[in-house]
Design a protein around this ligand. Structure first.
Ligand code: NDP
Length: 241
């Protein structure tokens, strides 16, 4: 039987890196994202993968994507990596921005997970959400983004208890700054550079997408069979200062 893992945000950055690692383990990654061009490029890059257009903020997209994935094979895993980032002072933050960040980073994760649960239950699958160091402590100009990642983290920790009875595990990875298109956009829009960021890290560098992807693949696998409800920092020691 073909084993699949659904990856929201599987068309770029951390989700794409996780897909490449999972494909190397014989799994068929199902890559979800909105931009078709990016999705098709990701599908070409990851052997055995399938791109399915999906905006996680839309219930009908989530339903359709999970249904399509289930027709391909056993849904063994769900990776919640779709996310957007903005920063700024709260007093300059609009209602639309608050809505959009929560719609994507939190409600989108909940909607997609809700659709996937019946299939994960029958396959005794596993869930991994990509949160952030911004959920673990205060981050400058990150009250909104940090709140979405805090909510995502709390969601998964309670979900882990809810799903344990079905043998479904749910965990969180909490990355620090990772070299992805999201970080490039962040630096372009708000300033700063990767050299400067390096100095914040005990390991003297920012992270690579594959370094988060490896932890995601581990948490999804049977090697992590006794880990659920955990938050795993992948941050080069950033939150250990
Ligand atoms: P990228 O921007 O490289 O990738 C984000 C992915 O999410 C893309 O595939 C994008 O595709 C998808 N996406 C965004 N919005 C939606 C949506 N509404 N529906 C479906 N897919 C969507 O970012 P990263 O890989 O860096 O980030 C992945 C996750 O890791 C995010 O949740 C981010 O917050 C988190 N994170 C990243 C850090 C970093 O430094 N890079 C640090 C800490 C956490 P498309 O736009 O085509 O929809």
């Amino acid at each position: 039987m073909i084993q699949t893992v659904i990856i929201s945000g599987g068309t770029s950055g951390i989700g794409l890196a996780a897909a490449e690692i999972l494909a190397g383990e014989g799994i068929r990654p199902i890559l979800l994202g909105r931009n078709e061009e990016r999705g098709k490029a990701a599908q070409d890059k990851v052997p055995g993968s399938l791109y399915i257009p999906c905006d996680v903020t839309k219930k009908e997209d989530c339903e359709r994507a999970v249904k399509a994935a289930s027709s391909i094979g056993n849904i063994k895993g769900l990776v919640l990596s779709a996310g957007i980032y903005t920063e700024g002072l709260l007093e300059n933050t609009t209602d639309e921005e608050i809505q959009k960040l929560f719609e994507t980073n939190v409600f989108g994760a909940m909607k997609l997970t809700r659709e996937a649960i019946p299939f994960l239950r029958s396959a005794k699958g596993s869930i991994v959400a990509v949160a952030s160091d911004a959920a673990m402590r205060g981050n400058v100009q990150c009250s909104l983004y940090g709140a979405t990642k805090g909510a995502l983290t709390s969601f998964i920790r309670s979900l882990a208890l809810e799903m344990a009875v079905d043998g479904i595990r749910a965990n969180v990875v909490s990355p620090g700054d990772i070299d992805t298109p999201l970080l490039d956009r962040q630096l372009k829009e708000y300033g700063g550079n990767k050299e400067e960021m390096r100095e914040w890290y005990p390991l003297d560098r920012i992270g690579k997408a594959a370094e988060v992807g490896e932890v995601i693949a581990f948490l999804l696998s049977e090697k992590a069979s006794f880990i659920t409800g955990a938050i795993v920092p992948v941050d080069g020691g950033l939150t250990d200062w």
